[in-house]
Design a protein around this ligand. Structure first.
Ligand SMILES: *[C@@H]1O[C@H](CO)[C@@H](O)[C@H](O)[C@H]1NC(C)=O
Ligand SMILES: *[C@@H]1O[C@H](CO)[C@@H](O)[C@H](O)[C@H]1NC(C)=O
Ligand SMILES: *[C@@H]1O[C@H](CO)[C@@H](O)[C@H](O)[C@H]1NC(C)=O
Length: 306
């Protein structure tokens, strides 16, 4: 069932907000030869091998004053209220409150080269070895986050879904390429803060025309907490629309954001948070969401903007 795609998005989002406990070191190299990448995208950087950072600090993230340990329903509900909307909300001049997490991309874990990633085991069965390798104790928040990330990556795809986890940029491109067919040239869409973001939650006005990216297939990649960059990527054969929206915040901040709208929610779990947030039922309305700034949305480069 396509039932839980929104839940997964929310869950991934929560775990990456809650454990911002892996830090990149300062050394980084921009992969400039990849023409497909937007020039101002800080996510797509890679580091040399010695720089996988294993700092033990844990920065408990607080959302609306909640502590990092509270992933309770109220907290999820607060977040869901600002995560989900319907396609009808995407009208020029409309106002909506949106939560965009502010993460300093320089502090996020960076991609490591494929050869290096391939030399490090990546499985739950190897977790004790990995904790030792990265010097994390079993009870640490990092250990918990790594365990969850590995579990996510090992879970079966939903019906009609293609999924993979990428532990390097090269493997992400290879696997995304395989989803589209290997000769397809790809481009990436990301949430792009055109001005320096200052607040995480605020009201935005939709500015200008909302454009649709006409791509039959879309591969969405969500970052997962890990000592180096790991992305969970998935593609669904369901009825969806990918839109490009320009948002202007109450503070004047401008954000160019892709929005994913799931158009047919008839098979979704009725208890999905999106329905509670939108006060609708499965099949009654579309469910849309934006993406955190470090997510990567791959589409064929030939996709037209309508
Ligand atoms: C949205 O907010 C802006 C600025 O606060 C305001 O000028 C505008 O009238 C609002 N639009 C709607 C549709 O409420
Ligand atoms: C957004 O606008 C609504 C209505 O004007 C207001 O009640 C709400 O507090 C605002 N939210 C934020 C986060 O500023
Ligand atoms: C939505 O999906 C269901 C089951 O997959 C299908 O029966 C229904 O016709 C679809 N609705 C629309 C409006 O396409």
């Amino acid at each position: 069932m396509a039932a839980s795609s929104g839940i997964i998005i929310l869950h991934l989002f929560l775990i990456s907000v809650i454990c911002q406990c892996f830090h990149a070191s300062s050394s980084r190299t921009i992969i400039s030869e990849l023409q497909i990448l937007p020039t101002n995208n800080n996510i797509l950087t890679t580091t040399s091998d010695k720089s996988i950072n294993t700092k033990k600090e844990f920065h408990g993230m607080s959302l609306n004053g909640h502590s990092s340990s509270s992933s309770n329903m109220d907290h999820q509900m607060d977040l869901a209220m600002n995560l989900f909307f319907t396609i009808n909300d995407l009208k020029p001049g409309n106002n909506m409150s949106v939560y965009f997490s502010i993460k300093n991309p320089l502090n996020s874990p960076h991609f490591i080269p494929k050869e290096e990633a391939d030399s490090i085991p990546f499985s739950s069965a190897q977790l004790p070895y990995l904790l030792n390798y990265f010097s994390f104790s079993e009870e640490s928040p990092q250990a918990k986050a790594m365990g969850e990330t590995l579990k996510h990556c090992e879970s079966k795809p939903l019906e009609g879904e293609t999924k993979f986890c990428a532990t390097s940029l090269e493997s992400m491109l290879d696997s995304a390429g395989a989803v589209f067919g290997s000769n397809t040239r790809l481009k990436v869409l990301t949430t792009n803060h055109l001005t320096k973001p200052r607040v995480e939650l605020q009201n935005y006005t939709i500015s200008g025309r909302v454009k649709e990216v006409s791509a039959r297939k879309i591969v969405a990649c969500h970052s997962l907490p890990y000592p180096y960059a790991v992305f969970y990527c998935h593609s669904q054969e369901s009825d969806h629309k990918l839109l490009k929206v320009l948002l202007v915040g109450d503070d004047g901040g401008r954000v160019e954001a892709p929005a994913m709208c799931h158009m047919n929610t008839s098979q979704w779990d009725p208890s999905h948070l999106a329905f509670r947030a939108l006060k609708t039922k499965p099949g009654e309305s579309s469910v849309c969401h934006f993406f955190p700034a470090d997510n990567l949305i791959w589409v064929p480069s030939s996709s037209a903007l309508k």
